[in-house]
Each structure stands twice: as structure tokens, then as C-alpha cells.
Ligand binder design. Sequence first.
Ligand code: 13P
Ligand code: SF4
Length: 317
Amino acid sequence: VEPDAAWRDEVRRLVDQRDAVLLAHNYQLPAIQDIADVTGDSLALSRIAAESDKSTIVFCGVHFMAETAKILSPDKTVLIPDARAGCSLADSITGADLRAWKAEHPGAVVVSYVNTTAEVKAETDICCTSSNAVDVVASIPEDREVLFCPDQFLGAHVKRITGRRNMHIWAGECHVHAGINGAELAERAAANPDADLFVHPECGCATSALYLAGEGIVPSDKVKILSTGDMVTQARSTRATSVLVATEVGMLHQLRKAAPEIDFQAVNDRASCKYMKMITPAALLRSLRLVKDEVHVDAQTAERARASVRRMIEVGK
Ligand code: 13P
Ligand code: SF4
């Protein structure tokens, strides 16, 4: 299936026929981003999923994102074009792991990144995304211990910004972002001294980016630790003519659209998420034609997970 005009017409016709809203994450293939009603980061898409008056949500992203939409809108039909689109970060902690960790820290407040399964969210007090993780942790009273899971790099970033001492961090990681390392970033930054650095906090190099800034190797106002949605906002306001981007490569498409005059380059052009790329033009068409793959979350789990997800979409509003 080619993403040509006939494909676009058919997708849009079926979206209308199914009374659907089509959402795409910033890491999706360009053709998928361009046909969606909204392309954005996890937080923005969750908010739209919660507020949409359509009866169906077609989520072009990975499974935990579609599951989050279902938790927020249990009466809607939520479709993901390929249910095998998982997430290595979400797989790094199970509900049982989290229950055992909580038992070791009674009374602690559990903050889980949205990249988790519904079962983990059901054991969580408050969810966060990369765009509001700092605000979420800062909203917790100082005297309460915090358990932060599952991403160690985002956790380290939040701990650094908030200065929180009583925060324990799970040792999970995303294989794509962990692979964008500090040595590579330093080399690219040295070769492009005028470029801004946009770094996703899930990256293995987020600490190195701040180190480069701290040591004056890169001017500190050039280093930005940002969620994917905040990268687009920043692209519109920066005065830089080139930007090095440390995140999944799908991001470049949205950035180039937002600021065509800026030269955006990936710090690591092999940083592609195979799960995100399972949502092909053919898969999207099949999904709309067959009303598949439908996302289900057990009612009791969804009920328990809902409060933590609602808090996430409220913080920073
Ligand atoms: P955000 O879009 O929230 O920045 O998340 C990035 C990500 O890795 C999602 O899998
Ligand atoms: Fe998960 Fe990483 Fe892919 Fe994002 S890029 S969906 S965190 S595996």
C-alpha cells in the first residue's frame, strides 16, 4: 500500500464513516503523521483522547498509548492499527514488580511514567509524561518518599531538577533512547558548535548534555531537555539555524514542518523505534476497514488506573 492520494482519500472517508478521531504520535511514519487529525506527544494525545466527542479513537502509536486512551474513555472504541506495537520501556516493569517494590517502601507515593501497562498504572498514585514529570514530582509533599518508574534517565533528570532526595528510581530504559549515548552527542556538538541541542529526557545522553553545558563546552542556553511536543514548540521560537535532535528519528518530520528554515539533524540516525514503525499505511487502512485491533482493558484494572491517569492530564494544565 502506497501512501498516495487514493490511500489518503480512503483513510479519511473511513475515519468519517467510523465517527473516529485519528491520533498520531510524533514518532510515527511521516505519511501517518500527515493524515492524522492531531499529531503530538503522549500528554497532548491523552488529553485529546479524553475530551474527544467521537465514538472511536484510532491511535497510531504504541500499545500503552492506546490503552491510556481506553482507560480515560472506557465507553469508546479504541483501535490500534497493530496490537503488536509494544514498548521496551513499558516492558521493563510488571504489576507484580511494582507491588513488591511498594511493599519495601510502605507509604511512598508511586509516580509512573505513562510508558507502562494498565496493570502498572492500576498500582500507581499519579502518572506523568516527559512534559510534566517535573511538575508531578514537585506536587508531592516533601516529606513523602517517591517511587519513580520505570525510566531511569527520566527519573535522574527529574531528581536533578527537583533536588528531591527521597526519590527512588526504577532501573528501566527504552532501548532506542538509551542507545543515544553521551560520546556521540559530544562529538556531534563539537562538530556543530552553533547548533542547539534538543534532548529527550529518556536518552542515555541527557546527563551528558547537561555536563557539556555545565562545563561550558556547549553554551547552557543551547541545551534543552524536552518532551517531543515541547521540541516542536521550541523549534518555533529558537533563533538557532541548526539543531541536533536526540530522540527517535520520526521526530524530525514534525520539527521540519514546524520550522522549515532550520537544519534539524538526528544525533543518532539509527534511533528508530521498530514498534512505532509497525503502524504502516497498510495497517492503518486495515484497521479502519475491519475495525481492528480493538484495545481492551479489564474493567477493574481500568477503574484503578483511571485516577492516576486523570491526575496526569490535570497537572500542568
Ligand atoms: P513523549 O511524546 O511524551 O515525549 O514520549 C516519548 C516516547 O518515547 C513515547 O514512547
Ligand atoms: Fe517505547 Fe522507546 Fe519506542 Fe518510545 S521509543 S515507544 S519508549 S520503545
